[in-house]
Design a protein around this ligand. Structure first.
Ligand SMILES: CCCCC/C=C/C(=O)SCCNC(=O)CCNC(=O)[C@H](O)C(C)(C)COP(=O)(O)OP(=O)(O)OC[C@H]1O[C@@H](n2cnc3c(N)ncnc32)[C@H](O)[C@@H]1OP(=O)(O)O
Length: 415
């Protein structure tokens, strides 16, 4: 397996796979004997693959196997143990290629990537407001129009799960080696949402909207965040995640303008809990609201331990936050978490018509009204946020949490 230096990280590899799917830089300096006609195509496919949308684990395994076969030949490593699920899946995929010649594997790799590229080019996934899109975000589409700044979570293939890890993008230098020409690209969603909120708080928009692209609003914390353990160890990871969580939630507590959630589909975990910090929540009739913290060995965040009992009363809040009861949009509206539910078929049209009308109201008056409503609670909310983050820091180190996350990542459990 590759050492830490000189690695290519394929952006869409979940970190659970990434750790061992990383392509050793030196392997890309193919031996002279391998410099055949398809070498150039192969190299171009290797760089093309990094720009593709996530093709799913099955295809990633195929790519991995073909890559290994093309560069190393038939599988030559011992079979991983039965509990080493990820490495075993990879080993199985490589081993299944038997004695396929290197050249054929290389050609198959090129063909597979070319097929993936054309299907991703013709993908029906809309690139919303591409022309008005603010540059610089990897996981969001941020647009400003009609005095509304819209922050759209944009990982539809992953149900807009919110990522932590800062991917290191190493650029391929054909002549020498892989070098980290641009590292720490802010490609993760927690930080990008914070950046977008900070920018929106200062821009000339009157209101700010958070929504999701695709069929989900958001499936909450990306559970593969838990697998990206730094060399300093798991305690350090829990500590830095708790700080990130606290800072993330503080951005919502402190946001100075009217903040509206346009909940276009199901919402899970932290994408639900922070709704208590929004001023208005519009939901599609297709949306659901689910906070399965106990199932995950975790505890509530986003100030929900305070806002939910306040909004819906302690008994209903406990059913959601302790027992993970999933609410329909209508139920969430009846409990006061959602402002209004719209039929899914007319959701976007009705909501945006409403929001455009609101955005024409005098912005300073709206801002002051929000402050009058919210300011007296801010200090309390910050203290609650810090306390919830501390509790989670411990939870993340528990066996209950580790087992629940591993069950999801190995596909034994879905919520
Ligand atoms: C640092 C701050 C931490 C703050 C603490 C936050 C806590 C939380 O937010 S707790 C909630 C965490 N979220 C979950 O537990 C949801 C897990 N996801 C699911 O149960 C399901 O994926 C689903 C119910 C959301 C959707 O099911 P389904 O419609 O069957 O779609 P798939 O499962 O096939 O999902 C497609 C694709 O997306 C990946 N994915 C979805 N959600 C997550 C997620 N939260 N984390 C990581 N990955 C997620 C899923 O793995 C699939 O990926 P591929 O297999 O590669 O296609």
């Amino acid at each position: 397996m590759a050492g830490a230096a000189g690695r290519v990280v394929r952006r869409w590899y979940p970190s659970v796979l990434r750790s061992s799917l990383q392509v050793p830089a030196l392997q890309l300096h193919m031996s002279k004997t391998a410099m055949r006609a398809s070498q150039k195509d192969f190299e171009s496919a290797l760089s093309q693959v990094k720009r593709l949308k996530d093709p799913g684990n099955e295809v990633k395994l195929k790519l991995y196997a073909l890559y290994k076969q093309a560069t190393e030949g038939p599988c030559n490593t011992p079979k991983p143990g039965v509990f080493d699920l990820i490495n075993k899946a990879k080993w199985d995929a490589w081993n299944a290629l038997g004695s396929l010649p290197k050249e054929t594997a290389r050609q198959n790799y090129v063909d597979l990537v070319s097929g993936l590229s054309s299907s991703s080019d013709s993908s029906s996934q809309v690139k919303p407001e591409a022309d008005r899109k603010q540059p610089g975000y990897e996981t969001l589409v941020v647009t400003s129009e009609d005095s509304i700044t819209k922050i759209m979570m944009n990982r539809p293939a992953k149900k807009n799960a919110i990522t932590i890890q800062c991917l290191r993008v190493h650029k391929y230098q054909p002549s020498s080696s892989f070098s980290p020409t641009h590292s720490d690209v802010p490609s993760e969603m927690y930080n990008e949402i914070m950046l977008a909120l900070k920018a929106a708080s200062k821009d000339d928009s009157a209101i700010t909207v958070l929504t999701g692209n695709g069929d989900y609003y958001s499936s909450g914390n990306d559970l593969s965040n838990f697998t990206d353990i730094p060399p300093e160890g798991i305690e350090e990871k829990a500590k830095s995640s708790a700080i990130l969580l606290r800072d993330f939630v503080d951005c919502f507590i402190d946001f100075p303008k009217p903040l509206i959630a346009v909940v276009n589909g199901p919402a899970v975990g932290i994408s639900v809990t922070i709704l208590g910090l929004f001023d208005t929540v519009y939901a599609s009739s297709r949306a659901t609201f689910h906070t399965p913290f106990s199932h995950l060995g975790q505890s509530p965040e986003g100030c929900s331990s305070y806002t939910f009992p306040k909004i819906m009363g302690p008994a209903k809040a406990a059913e959601m936050l302790i027992f993970g009861k999933k609410l329909t949009a209508a139920e969430a509206c009846a409990q006061g978490l959602v402002t209004e539910v719209f039929p899914d078929s007319t959701f976007q049209k009705e909501v945006w018509t409403r929001l455009k009308a609101y955005s024409k109201l005098p912005p300073n008056a709206m801002r002051i009204s929000k402050q009058v409503i919210r300011n007296r609670e801010k200090e309390k909310l910050r203290a609650i946020n810090a306390e919830e983050s501390r509790a989670l820091q411990e939870r993340w180190l528990s066996d209950e949490c580790t087992n629940a996350v591993m069950n999801f990542l190995t596909r034994k459990a879905k919520l």
